[in-house]
Design a protein. Structure first.
Length: 84
């Protein structure tokens, strides 16, 4: 069974709406949501087939100072000990 890759990143607070709009304009690129409002920490679930495109877009956002601390982590939804 294939699962999405999982990323977390901090997003510049004033640009959160912009980043979310960009991801919603791409079909099946990534599912994003805010994980922590106080730190503007976002999580992204990325299909394996879209990971290369996702990383290109995130690299651009990092260059522009919109995204920082992008990290690929184990998918938290695949950990049975984690409660969602």
């Amino acid at each position: 069974m294939n699962h999405c890759s999982y990323y977390q990143a901090n997003v510049k607070r004033s640009e959160c709406w912009f980043l979310a709009a960009i991801f919603r304009s791409y079909e099946h690129l990534a599912f994003d949501r805010t994980l922590d409002l106080s730190t503007s920490l976002f999580e992204f679930f990325v299909p394996e087939s879209m990971e290369k495109e996702f990383l290109k877009i995130m690299s651009y956002f990092q260059e522009k100072g919109i995204v920082r601390d992008l990290k690929k982590l184990p998918n938290r939804l695949l950990d049975p000990a984690e409660k969602v």
